[in-house]
Ligand binder design. Structure first.
Ligand code: GDP
Length: 450
């Protein structure tokens, strides 16, 4: 295998920057950089001077670590060079390494090599990417579990069960003159039903899992001055310590991502949209409509100190037809009215004060409520990857068709088609039956250096 190199740490100034090489020439490239005859002990970091072999120019003093094949992440010889995190030095060093015969790694190529060498399967490789991309503790925790092989471990007995059924049906095809005896047919049918339940149970976890991985988009809507921005700020401030920066946002942006029980929730304050230019109330409504068309949740804010008007009622109508939470704000005001004043019994409003923070805990819980029991920190293993979910669904459909055919007492040959399909779909999750195309697609979503 030719030797690949990439920056393993993020681009930019930092205390340390790590360049990683993998492949047959890793060690010889290292010895040219360190001008050293003796090979470093595998797995042990040593301090070396790094020079450009072309002019013996000293580039940096770095900690270098050699991992000898097959005992490395990729299963190949790996060298890691931990330099000072100066973009200039790292760039120079990268150029020198390229001049010594290594080539730049493609996105995910280290992980792809690890997979090709049997170090991990496809779902574990994807989980590494998901861990790096995780925006909350919940998403990170699920990814770590999947790197550990939990998903593959859950799939293994399902595959075994499928294989057992396939072998049974195929042998009956080969050896028996007639169809399966009645008793055995019933047992097979039952076993298929059980398998279906287990597959469905796993697939169902995606209901929660995809919110954990992809996050919830919540739009705050309400007429001017009800306290949308105040509520937005209060929710964001609450999370300030662990809030993740959204790329490209500025201080006065209208979207921020907060973390509620491990779920990334992207909050959008439509007041910010309105501020640009808006004299007519209906324009605000229109913009809000557009903002919520894209949202997973509508957070309607009412002002408890004033009468509801037409705009409030329009939003409440909207709230009833989509996932929503309705809050009545300004509960700290003496003129605050009974929430029933909203007179929309089916929206069940929450009473809050953006000013004092009262009711915000309940609001945070209510934001998650429409998404099922989304406490990602308390639940077990979740399917978080759309590709995995899609394959589980297809496996489920295949098993269903086999089950229907069993019920109709169709021939074993027909029943077998669905079981074989299901086995193939499950195999695609872990990469055993995956085509080159799918691998290319999956690894294209990795970052370079992973
Ligand atoms: P928006 O136009 O809906 O974004 O409303 P703002 O957040 O700008 O708030 C409008 C006014 O209501 C401001 O003067 C806020 O200080 C005030 N306000 C917002 N929330 C509360 C609250 O919970 N209690 C009280 N007493 N005033 C509030």
């Amino acid at each position: 295998m030719n030797t690949i190199v990439a920056l393993a740490t993020s681009v930019g100034r930092s205390a340390i920057g790590v360049l990683r090489l993998s492949g047959d020439d890793s060690l010889s490239i290292l010895s040219k950089l360190t001008q050293s005859e003796s090979d470093p002990d595998p797995g042990r970091a040593i301090l070396r001077s790094i020079r450009d072999p072309r002019d013996r120019q000293l580039l940096d003093h770095a900690l270098v670590t050699f991992f000898k094949a097959p005992h490395s992440f990729t299963g190949e010889d790996i060298v890691e060079i931990s330099c000072h995190g100066s973009p200039i030095i790292l760039r120079q060093l990268l150029d020198v390494i390229l001049s010594l015969g290594a080539r730049l790694a493609e996105p995910g190529e280290f992980t792809l090599r690890a997979m090709s060498n049997g170090k991990l399967n496809l779902s574990q490789a994807e989980a590494i990417r998901d861990l790096i991309d995780a925006r909350t503790t919940g998403a990170a925790r699920q990814a770590v579990r999947q790197i550990g092989g939990e998903l593959s471990n859950r799939l293994a007995p399902l595959k075994d069960e499928l294989l057992t059924l396939i072998v049974l049906l195929e042998s009956s095809l080969e050896f028996a003159e007639d169809d399966l005896p009645e008793l055995q047919a019933t047992k097979v049918h039952e076993a298929i039903g059980l398998l279906r339940e287990r597959l469905a149970g796993l697939a169902q976890t995606y209901d929660v899992g995809h919110w954990v991985a992809d996050g919830i988009k919540a739009t705050i809507a309400g007429r001017p001055n009800v306290g949308k921005s105040s509520l937005f700020n209060a929710l964001v401030r609450f999370e300030r310590a662990i809030v993740t920066e959204m790329p490209g946002t500025t201080r006065d942006s209208i979207s921020e991502e907060i973390n509620i029980k491990g779920i990334p929730v992207s909050l959008t304050d439509t007041a910010g949209i309105r501020q640009a230019k808006d004299h007519i109330e209906t324009i605000g409504i229109e913009r809000t409509h557009r903002a919520i068309a894209d949202a997973d949740l509508l957070l309607v804010v009412l002002d408890g100190t004033i009468e509801l008007n037409e705009e409030d009622h329009l939003l409440l109508d909207q709230a009833r037809t989509t996932r929503s939470v309705v809050v009545i704000n300004k509960s700290d005001e003496p003129s605050f009215r009974n929430p029933n004043a909203a007179n929309h019994p089916d929206v069940n409003p929450l009473v809050v004060s953006a000013l004092t923070g009262s009711g915000l805990d309940k609001l945070r819980a209510a934001i998650l409520a429409p998404f099922g029991s989304v406490d990602s920190e308390a639940v077990g293993l979740l399917v978080t990857n759309a590709r995995h979910y899609d394959l589980l669904q297809r496996a489920l459909e295949a098993v269903d068709s086999s089950s229907d055919l069993m019920a109709e007492k169709a021939s074993e040959e027909l029943v077998l088609v669905g079981l074989h399909d299901a086995l193939r779909f499950i195999g695609e999750i872990t990469g055993e039956t995956t085509t080159e195309d799918i691998l290319t697609q999956v690894f294209a979503t990795f970052c370079i250096g992973k």
